[in-house]
Design a protein around this ligand. Structure first.
Ligand SMILES: [Zn+2]
Length: 351
């Protein structure tokens, strides 16, 4: 039987959550493949290596960043520079990068908190995705790029990477202090002949903007939650999708890995209010009516610290469909092939 490349699949390049380096999971990253085209969502630490295990450079069309937390963008520079004109290992077309624009101010819980935050960050500014890409190509990797242009005859890398700041529709009335995840409708971010990508703002506490993405193709639909607490917007985006890839956290398990101290208290509030617990995530999938729930962005990500069997079992209590906890380099077919059809195919293959 010849190997078909037609169809829609999801490959988990990195399933660990948080800025802690894990010995067992790469940082959050997912590739959705539609026929021979690859669309990457987030670029966590170590994901570049797993991308190359499941995809080829010429297939890459787009990179979509849910938000600018470091654990979602550590490998962005690796993606941009590694696929740039290495013989036989290169982009076949300019790749497009979509991500958050620069917020109008540093996000805060309310007006009073905003004053404290302004004093604390002391003039620091946040950056837009276009600025991050420019900084990588024109500052961080500038020496490498100049040398390779001079030495190997490579072309201008900006011709191969086109960055976009995702524009939030004005009708949403989103604001980094007053309304970080207002009730809104999903909006289109990208479209080509194979996919449409839509986005919505989710609730990642002070991380603004933070998006969930949905990729629709002729084969089916996949939603990636991004980092979020239980989010009605995420449910709205995921309605009827074939596969929901959702973040998950075991708060007590991650707290058990931290020593006592003031930073532990700060991070406990951040974690509690900006992520989704394993006993809430099944409710998201059920409310959205998705076909399958896959858990990733596992927190804690250190080897053995999260009881993934417990996560799977508890999430299953609230959701009628199948629940799986992803490991790195797992592959999920969209839409899910029912068990009896897989058995039938196996029987036919061996007949
Ligand atoms: Zn985050």
């Amino acid at each position: 039987m010849s190997k078909s490349v037609q169809g829609m699949t999801v490959h988990t390049l990195g399933t660990g959550g948080g800025p802690i380096v894990s010995g067992s999971r790469a940082g959050t990253s997912t590739v959705v493949k539609v026929d021979d085209a690859a669309y990457v969502i987030d670029c966590g630490m170590g994901s570049i290596r797993n991308y190359r295990s499941s995809c080829a450079w010429p297939d890459l069309r787009g990179i979509f960043l849910t938000h600018h937390h470091s654990d979602h963008i550590y490998d962005l520079g690796s993606f941009l520079v590694t696929g740039w004109q290495v013989p036989g290992e290169s982009f076949s077309r300019p790749i497009e990068v979509f991500g958050p624009g620069r917020p109008s101010r540093v996000p805060a819980l309310d007006a009073e908190h905003a004053v404290q935050i302004d004093a604390r960050v002391a003039g620091r500014a946040m950056t837009a995705t276009t600025e991050v890409v420019d900084a990588l190509l024109d500052k961080v990797f500038a020496s490498d790029i100049c040398i390779r242009m001079a030495d190997e005859g490579r072309e201008e890398p900006h011709n191969w990477v086109i960055a976009h700041d995702i524009e939030i529709p004005a009708a949403a009335n989103a604001d980094p202090v007053e309304a970080r995840h207002p009730q809104m409708e999903p909006f289109e971010v990208y479209r080509d002949e194979l996919v449409t990508v839509t986005a919505i703002l989710v609730d990642h506490r002070l991380c603004f903007p933070a998006f969930a993405f949905r990729i629709d193709s002729a084969y089916g639909s996949v939603v990636v939650s991004g980092d979020t607490a239980y989010s009605e917007n995420c449910i709205r985006l995921a309605r009827g999708a074939d596969l929901l890839l959702h973040e998950v956290m075991d708060l007590q398990a991650i707290l058990a890995t931290f020593p006592d101290g003031p930073t532990r208290d700060g991070i406990e509030i951040h974690l509690r209010e900006s992520h989704t617990s394993f006993d809430e995530v099944g409710k998201v999938a059920q409310a959205a009516g998705v076909g399958q729930l896959v858990l990733h962005h596992i927190v804690p990500n250190t080897p053995g610290a999260a009881d993934v069997q417990k996560m799977q079992q508890v999430a299953s209590l609230d959701f009628d469909g199948p629940v799986q906890v992803a490991e790195d380099n797992d592959c999920f077919v969209v839409p899910v092939v029912p068990e009896h059809e897989t058995q039938l195919e196996k029987a036919e293959a061996t007949a």
